[in-house]
Design a protein around this ligand. Structure first.
Ligand code: SAH
Length: 310
């Protein structure tokens, strides 16, 4: 098994499942070490720091897992003003962080109003990367945001299995539409990210292998994954959180499958596992997101319980 780790792409489904489920701690460690080795060789020693700006928690969707879902009560809704966004970018830039990630609830009208702000950020920082993560938007809007200067987009597919997808989302949301968006973003020339939650309710190891196969097919530039963490006041509040260990093994497998991809060690991982961002780097991730959301709004971007902001 160990000899074949570097050939993860060609492993059969059964071997991938075994890597994810094995109780052999030495094998799991070897997997992470091999991923780290490949990461150092292919991506070099640098850990890339991104500046995360949680732009708005207003959302039209009602995803069953999410703490900013439309119907969750008690969420104080906010949307950063253009001035606040630019201040966040300035702070990040002055810290030496040249990539701004604007993330928020899915809200096409408000996303449209971001076009001039994106243009302004691009003018101020011609060399910065501007990453958006604003959900499923009309294709013309993706194109207009790209034209204004955005160059990367994160849109997790959440799960590659259509039935599982349907069980995590309200009627009217479909895996096919999400995948159509991901393909369109790639076509428009965005560096495109996808990924899934690990351990979301009803997920099986078989589903995780389906996620890996889907990503092999789409070939994303970036892959973001994190454990599911229940949030109070959502339909999934009483489900157990996903496993940090499985998340780490997936990070390692993804590094071996997609050596060139930019893969963050995410906040959700760090929320479950103290030191999780650093431990994720040791398992093959090469990106860390620093939060630049104004302190006054941070707690309101309440995706899951206990979300850490370091
Ligand atoms: N509206 C954007 C951004 C969503 S929030 C979009 O649709 O892409 C960013 C990510 O947080 C989601 O893609 C999801 O994978 C993750 N997330 C949401 N709720 C979560 C929870 N309870 N536990 C772990 N991750 C969660």
């Amino acid at each position: 098994m160990i000899d074949t780790l570097k050939n993860t792409r060609n492993l059969p489904d059964s071997a991938l499942q075994e890597l994810l489920e094995s109780t052999d701690a030495a094998l799991a460690q070897r997997l992470k070490d091999t991923a780290r080795e490949v990461c150092l060789k292919v991506k070099g020693p640098e850990v890339l720091i991104r500046g995360l700006i949680e732009w708005s928690n207003v959302c039209r969707n009602d995803c069953l897992y999410c703490g900013i879902r439309r119907s969750r009560e008690g969420v104080v809704r906010y949307t950063l003003t253009p001035e606040q966004i630019l201040q966040c970018c300035d702070r990040a830039w002055n810290d030496g962080v040249p990539t701004f990630v604007l993330q928020g609830g899915e809200n096409p009208a408000a996303a449209k109003s971001l076009i001039p702000t994106v243009r302004e950020i691009r003018e101020r920082y011609p060399s910065a990367a501007i990453t958006l993560s604003l959900g499923e938007l009309p294709f013309e809007l993706y194109a207009a945001l790209k034209e204004a200067g955005a160059n990367r987009y994160l849109l997790r597919h959440e799960t590659a299995n259509p039935e599982h997808y349907a069980s995590l989302h309200p009627a009217g949301m479909h895996l096919e539409s999400r995948l159509a968006c991901i393909r369109e973003l790639k076509r428009l020339g965005y560096e495109t990210g996808m990924g899934m939650m690990v351990g979301s309710p009803g997920q099986t190891t078989r589903n995780l292998v389906e996620d890996l196969r889907l990503m092999q097919e789409v070939s994303p530039h970036m892959i973001g994954i994190g454990p599911f963490i229940p949030q109070e006041g959502t339909p999934f509040e009483n489900y157990p959180a996903g496993s940090a260990e499985t998340t780490l093994r997936l990070l390692a497998i993804m590094r071996l499958m997609f050596p060139e991809a930019n893969i963050p060690a995410t906040t959700a991982l760090a929320t479950l596992l103290p030191g999780g961002k650093q431990i994720g780097i040791l398992a093959g991730a090469n990106v860390i997101m620093n939060v630049y959301t104004p302190i006054t709004e941070r707690k309101k971007y309440d995706l899951y319980k206990g979300k850490t902001d370091v």
